[in-house]
Design a protein around this ligand. Structure first.
Ligand code: DP6
Length: 362
């Protein structure tokens, strides 16, 4: 499919008003997206676990403008209160998606949104936030013009990508792959697809405990970090490596080879941060407690042979991944040894989930 396939045919029937609501999950990448081309096209393919507990719930009420105008009209409530500083991001998102949703300037939108996790937790809310919003706008288009379920899912992911790259992996469940990759037929730079690999049951109920090492604002945004991959001395090798790691994951996921899984996932996390440390300007997002956690986790794994590993996103927080079969042991270890390294002792227990859900439509 091409970008043009997502352009709507001309509309005839505009509802006066209505309301739609979606709850969309976050995700954690196993093979990381880091580096992009124009129009939110990723420099390399990535794959992620969809997370269940870290979600954004968004409702959009829409009403026909009394007088047509050439601007976007919206108001925004975040956790029940007006939130001016979110508005520029939404304005940019509307500008990017308008060619594909040409009804947007005909309506006034009242957007109400909230997260299941604290905004100041340092957890990226852009994936769940942008996918929930994309789904709401697309549901409004669906009321104007019918579309098939498969097309709806693809277009939702396509629109979410224009808000935040990783958001395109937050529409469907379990394992989602985004970016053109030879090993998956139908994979695309334009949207995420549910991983068609055979997946061993050990990965079905995987857990992710997110250790909140630093809850403040990141010093360097992901968008700035992605751009530093242009002219990065190791960029081409890194982009190639993402393909190789996806190749490696295919049999690992099918056979449930946890040793090999942990190796790929941890190597990806450290490579992501190595790219940050070797870009110009260089920066470090890990903190002393991030490294303490990693070292303690490795020592525990060596000593107990428990299949528990870590991954990182673009921040200091650590995602601790483990299968359901070692849940009690892992949580005990986290509470005894790792929570002391979290800001105010805060952490979030999450697990691989089923994807976004519509909860309201009128
Ligand atoms: C490190 O999707 O937040 O989490 O497209 O600029 O919004 P933008 O970036 P974003 O980048 C996520 C980077 C990452 C890795 C990943 O999720 O694959």
């Amino acid at each position: 499919m091409t970008e043009n396939d997502f352009k709507a045919k001309s509309y005839t029937n505009f509802p006066e008003s209505g309301k739609v609501g979606w709850k969309a999950p976050s995700n954690i990448a196993l093979v990381k997206y880091w580096g992009k081309k124009a129009n939110q096209i990723p420099a390399n393919p990535s794959i992620s676990f969809t997370l269940d507990a870290c979600a954004t719930t968004t409702q959009v009420s829409f009403s026909r403008k009394e007088i047509d105008s050439d601007d976007f009209s919206f108001e925004l409530l975040f956790e029940g209160k007006p939130k001016e500083d979110f508005k520029p991001k939404i304005q940019t998102f509307l500008e990017r998606i308008e060619p594909y949703l040409p009804f947007l300037k005909k309506y006034h939108f009242a957007i109400e949104t909230s997260n299941s996790f604290p905004h100041s937790s340092g957890i990226a809310s852009s994936a769940s936030g942008m996918s929930a919003l994309a789904l709401c706008f697309l549901s409004i288009e669906h009321k104007i013009q019918h579309m098939e379920a498969d097309f709806f899912t693809k277009k939702a992911s396509f629109l979410a990508r224009l808000g935040s790259g990783s958001a395109c992996r937050s529409i469907e469940g379990d394992l989602v792959q985004w970016g053109k990759y030879e090993g998956i037929e139908g994979s695309s730079d334009l949207y995420g697809v549910r991983c068609p690999y055979e997946v061993h049951p050990i990965f079905k109920n995987y857990h992710d405990t997110i250790l909140l090492v630093h809850k403040g604002q990141k010093q360097v945004s992901s968008t700035v970090g992605h751009n530093l991959m242009h002219n990065h001395p190791y960029a081409e090798k890194r982009f190639e490596q993402a393909h190789t790691n996806l190749d490696k994951l295919k049999p690992i996921l099918a056979e449930g080879n946890l040793e090999a899984f942990m190796e790929v996932v941890e190597s990806e996390a450290l490579t992501l941060h190595a790219m940050m440390m070797t870009s110009m300007p260089y920066f470090i997002l890990m903190m002393p407690d991030t490294l303490e956690i990693i070292n303690k986790l490795w020592a525990f794994r060596r000593a107990t042979k428990t299949p528990i590993c870590f991954t990182l996103d673009a921040g200091a927080n650590v995602h601790v991944l483990y299968p359901d079969s070692v849940k009690e042991k892992a949580i005990q270890f986290i509470q005894d040894e790792l929570v002391a390294h979290c800001e105010n002792g805060h952490y979030i227990c999450d697990q691989i989930g089923t994807g976004a859900k519509k909860f309201f439509e009128e």
